[in-house]
Design a protein around this ligand. Structure first.
Ligand SMILES: Nc1ncnc2c1ncn2[C@@H]1O[C@H](COP(=O)(O)OP(=O)(O)OP(=O)(O)O)[C@@H](O)[C@H]1O
Length: 485
């Protein structure tokens, strides 16, 4: 177990004092690890189409966005790292987010899956700190127990997502003084403590493990400059809200930090709740529709009764050229059982769910990424944020129970302008999502199967897509019981 290489202990650039008066040297081996082909998700033919998606900023005096990374007011080292990552042009969420964060404003941002939200917060926050060596602290030398004092805290809902954002942070902090770290449950806590005590300026954390390390006195948030909630609507829903409040409101987080929130979906009631954490003059950015998806995904919905699902899946997998396929099921047991079935039928599959040990979870993602097991059976644990190149097909073996969950799941394919396919098995058990699903299919001009035609709307209206100032009004109407949808 000790010799296992956890995601959180991966190598990062180690700044040395002697670099202070010059330029930090390159580290060729690390550069290959961070920016080599294996780490690169090439943008697709439809990348240019991002420009046609309307971007809207709501709030007082928003700063102007910019056209190219060159025009943005970024540190030269950050510009080099962006070039190494092969990002030629910023996506719309990056253009707007970088200028808003650089202008010192709080932000709630909503943009489609796979459109570069991670870099939209890492680039401006880290870049602004590259020129602030005065803020960086390292363990005390006076014999007292050292405490890590991060300047940037990124909270994310799953261990896999923390590990992935940590990888991005290792890229964007390359050749800088900032040392990124990740803490999340399941992985060896001692190794994580060792790492944060060496130096921890950018911390990617799952809420539970972070709270534990704050309570042990290993991490203190008193120096925080930026608080980022990735998958913010998930971080503020019932499962996490209490822990987030505990961390943000009762653990010494400075009131004058900047707070940034990102997601592809943002239900109106959660947006209203999110205001508790934002400055009153925060800006609300939406690229396209809140909760919308990309037209680069071909969405197929087919009727399949429960007892026919396995046969149907078998047929689909055999009828398509072998490609990286992610299959979602509802429960941990279903994941185990379907993985077993596929394995017995000689498909190269593996599976991931919350009852697996963290070692098994990291191994499953690695096998899927490397292509050793190009079929991954998963529960919702990888529905959000996970970015694996060339996922060509997402199958909802068990249909998602909410439209937002559906949007995140199918968003594992067709990332950064690539095309992808999502096939959903639908039957009597899924009628609860029929109306919202039909709207999404209509909006994206997808084929609507005969069993959904009764839900076709003459006028498409989406309840989460109003601008942010409407949210409070909506909530008070709701409490009066006058909401009509
Ligand atoms: N400007 C860019 N040019 C090219 N590729 C980019 C650019 N920005 C981001 N990418 C790549 O796009 C992919 C998707 O980015 P990211 O995971 O941040 O998307 P996201 O919007 O957070 O998606 P999700 O909502 O699913 O979490 C990543 O592989 C990232 O490296």
């Amino acid at each position: 177990m000790d010799s296992y290489k956890w995601g959180s202990s991966k190598k990062r650039y180690e700044w040395k004092k002697e670099y202070e008066n010059g330029i930090a040297p390159r580290d060729k081996a690390l550069e290959d690890d961070l920016f080599g082909n294996h780490a690169h998700v090439p943008s697709g033919l439809n990348f240019a189409k991002y420009d046609s998606i309307p971007a809207k900023v709501t709030g007082q005096n928003p700063p102007k966005s910019f056209e190219s990374f060159e025009q943005a007011n970024l540190h030269p080292v950050m510009k080099e790292n962006i070039a190494l990552a092969r990002y030629a042009v910023p996506t719309p969420v990056q253009r707007n987010s970088i200028s808003i964060v650089t202008a010192g404003r709080d932000l709630m941002a909503c943009a489609q899956t796979g459109s570069g939200k991670t870099a939209a917060f890492l680039i401006p926050t880290c870049s602004s700190l590259f020129s602030r060596p005065d803020l960086i602290t390292r363990g005390s030398t006076d014999g007292r127990r050292p405490t890590a004092k991060p300047l940037v805290l990124i909270l994310a809902p799953t261990r896999e997502l923390c590990s992935q954002i940590f990888d991005e942070a290792r890229r964007f902090c390359y050749r800088s003084m900032l040392r990124p770290c990740a803490v999340y449950g399941g992985a060896g806590v001692q190794g994580q403590i060792q790492q944060v005590l060496i130096g921890c300026d950018v911390l990617v954390a799952a809420p539970g493990r972070l709270l534990d390390l704050i309570e042990r006195g290993v991490i203190s948030l008193v120096n925080l400059k930026y608080l980022v909630l990735d998958e913010a609507d998930r971080m503020l829903d019932m499962g996490f809200e209490g822990t987030i409040r505990e961390i943000v409101e009762r653990k010494g987080v400075p009131k004058d930090r900047q707070t940034l929130m990102y997601s592809a979906t943002f239900p109106r009631d959660i947006r209203a709740l999110a205001k508790d954490f934002l400055q009153p003059d925060y800006l609300f950015l939406k690229i396209g529709r809140v909760g919308g998806t990309t037209t680069d995904i071909t969405q197929k919905v087919i009727w399949v009764d429960e007892n026919e699902k396995r046969d149907q899946l078998n047929k689909i997998l055999l009828s398509q050229p072998p490609c990286r396929t992610l299959i979602f099921v509802d429960t941990k047991r279903a994941a185990d059982s379907l993985d077993h079935y596929l394995y017995e039928n000689k498909f190269p599959s593996t599976s991931i769910h919350g009852d697996r040990s963290q070692m098994e979870r990291e191994d499953a993602i690695l096998a899927f990424k490397s292509g050793t097991c190009p079929i991954l059976v998963a529960t919702a644990v990888v529905a959000r944020g996970i970015d694996v190149k060339n996922v060509m097909h997402v199958v909802n073996f068990d249909m998602a129970q909410t439209i937002d969950e559906y949007i995140h799941r199918i968003g594992r394919t067709a990332r950064v302008g690539n095309a992808g396919l999502a096939t959903s098995f639908f039957n009597n058990k899924n009628m609860g999502v029929a109306q919202d699903l039909t709207k999404v299919l209509q909006e994206c001009k997808q084929e609507i199967p005969s069993f959904l035609t009764q839900y076709i709307s003459k006028q498409l209206r989406f309840r989460d897509d109003d601008d942010d100032e409407d949210v409070s009004a909506h909530l008070s109407n709701m409490s009066l019981g006058t909401t009509s949808w």
